[in-house]
Design a protein around this ligand. Structure first.
Ligand code: FE2
Ligand code: FE2
Length: 138
């Protein structure tokens, strides 16, 4: 069974090349791993798939935070908390997945990641992009 895919929307584009590239990669990674996650009940496989998502999310967050620091973004600390929150929720959902071993909970992890990606990218990340562009145009 192949599940639904999330498509890139023009509204996700922030106009900052490095960030947009990483967001594209992250979305593709979610799509690619989601099907594998749905199809396996092996705890080790599930852990390995979530570890890949987790590692890329961490990389992306550090990269974004460094860019914010460089730009002197005043809301960096608040933004960093959003990132930390995602990682800790991902960790606890992984733990749940290990306990339940049900297809439904894999689906919940995927739904959570997708809605987090969309909300954060069009919300907090967009706020930084607006700041960044204002600064460039000064
Ligand atoms: Fe981001
Ligand atoms: Fe972010």
């Amino acid at each position: 069974m192949t599940g639904k895919r999330i498509n890139w929307e023009p509204g996700y584009e922030l106009g900052i090349e490095d960030i947009d590239f990483q967001h594209h990669f992250f979305l593709n990674l979610i799509n690619r791993l989601a099907d594998e996650l749905r199809m396996t009940t092996s705890q080790n496989r599930r852990s390995a798939l979530i570890a890949e998502l987790n590692a890329y999310a961490r990389f992306h967050f550090i990269s974004e935070e460094n860019m914010m620091a460089r730009a002197g973004y005043p809301d960096l600390e608040a933004h960093r908390k959003h990132h930390l929150d995602l990682i800790s929720q991902l960790n606890s959902r992984e733990a749940l997945l290990q306990l339940e071993q049900s297809e439904q909970s894999a689906e919940q992890v995927i739904d959570f990641l997708v809605s987090w990606f969309v909300n954060h990218t069009t919300g907090e990340d967009r706020l930084f992009a607006d700041f960044y562009h204002r600064q460039q145009n000064r």
